[in-house]
Design a protein around this ligand. Structure first.
Ligand SMILES: O=S(=O)(c1ccc(O)cc1O)N1Cc2ccccc2C1
Length: 398
């Protein structure tokens, strides 16, 4: 980028990163989709998208220098810079005639396509870093912290673009009753069943057999009808598919020499506040010390050659679990894994039942977030008798 242009862009980055992103609830998305118009969406997005882009782009510069200078990370940064500039060209335009609205929508779709491989490209950047140098605790913490926020920010930007393109753009029309990517009556049981059918298909292809699924549902409002919420079916599908794949793999590998598998149990309960989906497998489980690694982005997406079956079953887990948890957290839900080593694992998805409570959760660039890139994760404030790391970072002479 030419020097003058670069100076100009960094001024704009500073300006837009000073605004906090404006979270929308799934109810607001729904109401706007049913009665909002393209001009209003345009007026909102041409400010909100630069704000969300600038907030995460400022955080890029806080990344540990070694990662920041990895070729793949530089590539992703350039995609963000170009997209940021392209949207800003609409901030200067006064008129919002039909042609401008069309150009805006085309620009959003071009940006969505440019960023389609961001997850893989960033993953490659982390692997490039791992292959060039050892990663210290602080660096690992900063990378984990950044990637959670970076992917959450990306989910939110793609949600805004997808809604605008689906409602006003040339995107293929989805379900007639869907509002953009949102289903006002998302039938959770049928989405989860779809996820199981597809995971089963893959499992049968790879292992020649697969465990059955037993579904139990409870609806506290006793309506007796299907359990449904206002939600984004593609997000729910992504989460359920990931957890069912993990459960199937665990059961098949744990019971490889027996001729029948313990079934995977899925409990679906719609409470007053939470809709919970618990997926229980008897796949042998995982120790507590390894459970936290399940959500680390450090594990390469290309699985390491498994030396023996004793090595952690999580290597090569790719980003499926951490990204699935971000989809849940994006609209104030959550995803948890509770394992009983030697027996099996429960994985639970929590979603908000009330659409006005399902607000976007958006990372904000400020002093608090910047602190996370500086604090020293090494000093502990608990002693466990093992190698207590003290401020001298050497074990006490015992
Ligand atoms: O770590 S797990 O307990 C496990 C983790 C997440 C999940 O959703 C379900 C799970 O079951 N598990 C994954 C796996 C793969 C191969 C062999 C054995 C195991 C055990």
């Amino acid at each position: 980028i030419s020097r003058a242009l670069f100076a100009d862009v960094s001024v704009l980055l500073d300006y837009y990163s000073r605004f906090n992103p404006s979270p929308l609830s799934i109810k607001k998305f729904l109401d706007f989709g049913q009665k909002g118009c393209e001009r209003q969406s345009y007026a909102f997005l041409r400010k909100e998208l630069p704000v969300r882009l600038a907030n995460i782009m400022k955080e890029f510069s806080l990344l540990p220098a070694p990662l920041l200078h990895m070729p793949s990370v530089m590539t992703v940064q350039n995609w963000y810079l170009r997209s940021f500039e392209e949207i800003l060209t609409f901030e200067k335009i006064r008129i919002d005639d039909k042609k401008t609205l069309e150009n805006f929508c085309e620009t959003l779709i071009k940006i969505r396509n440019r960023h389609s491989n961001v997850v893989q490209t960033m993953a490659r950047g982390v692997i490039e870093l791992k292959d060039t140098e050892t990663i210290h605790a602080q660096t690992e913490h900063s990378i984990q912290y950044f990637l959670h926020r970076f992917y959450l920010n990306r989910i939110s930007i793609r949600m805004l673009i997808n809604q605008h393109a689906a409602l006003f753009g040339a995107d293929l029309p989805g379900h007639p009753r869907h509002i953009g990517t949102i289903d006002p009556n998302c039938d959770v049981t049928s989405v989860v069943q779809d996820a199981y059918d597809n995971a089963k298909f893959l499992c049968d292809q790879y292992y020649m057999r697969s465990p059955e699924l037993i579904v139990e549902t409870f609806n506290v409002d006793k309506s007796g009808g299907p359990i449904s919420i206002v939600y984004v079916p593609s997000h729910l599908y992504h989460m359920a598919f990931e957890l069912l794949k993990n459960a199937m793999r665990a059961v098949v590998e744990q019971h490889s020499d027996s001729d029948e598998f313990p079934p995977i149990k899925l409990l679906l309960v719609k409470g007053r506040e939470d809709l919970s989906i618990k997926i229980s497998d008897m796949g042998g489980g995982i120790s507590r010390s390894l459970t936290e690694n399940l959500f680390h982005y450090m594990y390469s997406t290309a699985p390491k050659p498994q030396t023996d079956s004793q090595t952690a079953p999580l290597a090569g887990y790719g980003y499926g679990l951490p990204l699935s948890r971000l989809y849940a957290r994006y609209l104030q839900g959550d995803l948890m894994v509770a394992s009983v080593e030697g027996y099996g694992t429960d994985a639970i998805i929590y979603l908000k039942v009330l659409s006005n409570e399902a607000n976007e959760v958006l990372p904000v660039f400020n002093k608090t977030s910047s602190k996370h890139y500086r604090t020293h994760v090494g000093s502990h404030d608990y002693s466990t008798g093992g190698t207590t790391v003290n401020q001298f970072s050497q074990p006490f002479p015992i």
